[in-house]
Design a protein around this ligand. Structure first.
Ligand SMILES: [Zn+2]
Length: 95
């Protein structure tokens, strides 16, 4: 007598379809936050951000005010404008 008890579990907890996607590719949200501390803008290229060498940024901001890794940090558009302005005044001194 072969009696097979089929332990069927039709209702197995398979993938709950409510997985939150954190990596949305929306344009509204960037991926790179601005490297300037306290600034919560996005520094993505699509947001007008720029990648600036750390040394240059350190001329304008305090190093403690810069967040990020690497030699280049991404800053947002408003910060870049500020940076450019500061740099311009710097250059006007003509060494
Ligand atoms: Zn910024």
């Amino acid at each position: 007598m072969g009696f097979k008890s089929k332990a069927r579990r039709a209702k197995e907890a398979d993938g709950t379809s409510s997985t939150k996607k954190r990596r949305g590719r929306d344009l509204e949200d960037g991926e790179k936050p601005c490297a300037v501390k306290g600034c919560d803008n996005w520094a993505d290229k699509s947001h007008g951000g720029r990648s600036i060498a750390f040394d240059n940024l350190a001329d304008v901001w305090d190093e403690d005010d810069l967040v990020g890794e690497g030699r280049r940090l991404a800053i947002c558009k408003p910060c870049y404008r500020h940076y450019k302005k500061e740099k311009k005044e710097d250059e006007s001194q003509t060494w």
